[in-house]
Ligand binder design. Structure first.
Ligand SMILES: Cc1cc2nc3c(=O)[nH]c(=O)nc-3n(C[C@H](O)[C@H](O)[C@H](O)COP(=O)(O)O)c2cc1C
Length: 170
């Protein structure tokens, strides 16, 4: 399976199958293996397997409702931007980390869905409050995780189109 091509957003999970805490930690390690500007990192992770907290998070935005269908998730946290050498690159660093979670999850047969939080202040504040994330750290994104309800959810969606491709100059 080439996970980059097979990955897709999964929003329906088989709640009878649980992802182990250890596997969730491995997904965080995959996230932290992502590149970051000047290797500054500036990231932290919260493994979520408390259904009560996950249900609270499901109300932070319309798109977060997917969380009510799952019992595991990861919150990707940005750490103090002022402590970083290239703070203006922190958001890209965080995005790379989220993508690694999605790819590694796919590799393990785990379904995932990116839930956008940053830069919407009301969402950031709600997540920070629920997760006890203190300023200047901030919640960047949530990832819903679980074994897919449907079989064969991973397939190449054929997103590529040849007109996206340019050679040497745009
Ligand atoms: C920055 C970002 C924010 C997203 N936020 C949400 C969200 O809040 N809820 C959700 O269900 N999906 C969310 N998604 C998933 C997109 O809807 C999904 O990636 C897109 O429709 C393409 O489908 P695919 O992931 O199956 O290829 C988000 C994706 C990104 C990259």
């Amino acid at each position: 399976m080439n996970s980059v091509f097979m990955r897709r957003s999964v929003r329906e999970f088989d709640l009878t199958k649980k992802i182990s805490y250890e596997a969730l930690v491995e997904l965080c390690k995959a996230a932290e293996a992502a590149p970051s500007a000047r290797n500054q990192k500036g990231r932290a992770y919260i493994v979520l397997d408390d259904k009560k907290i996950i249900d609270e998070l499901s109300s932070v935005s319309p798109g977060a409702k997917v969380l009510s269908n799952c019992n595991t998730a990861i919150a990707v946290i940005g750490s103090n931007p002022e402590a970083l050498s290239t703070p203006h690159m922190q958001l890209q660093d965080l995005s790379c980390a989220v993508e690694n979670i999605l790819i590694e999850a796919t590799e393990r047969g785990i379904g995932s869905c990116y839930i956008g939080i940053y830069p919407l202040e009301d969402r950031i504040n709600s997540c920070n409050e629920i997760l006890k994330v203190m300023h200047p750290s901030f919640t960047f994104a949530l990832v819903a995780l679980g074994y897919p309800k449907e079989e064969n959810v991973f397939y190449d969606k054929g997103k590529w189109s040849d007109d996206l491709l340019h050679h040497n100059r745009f």
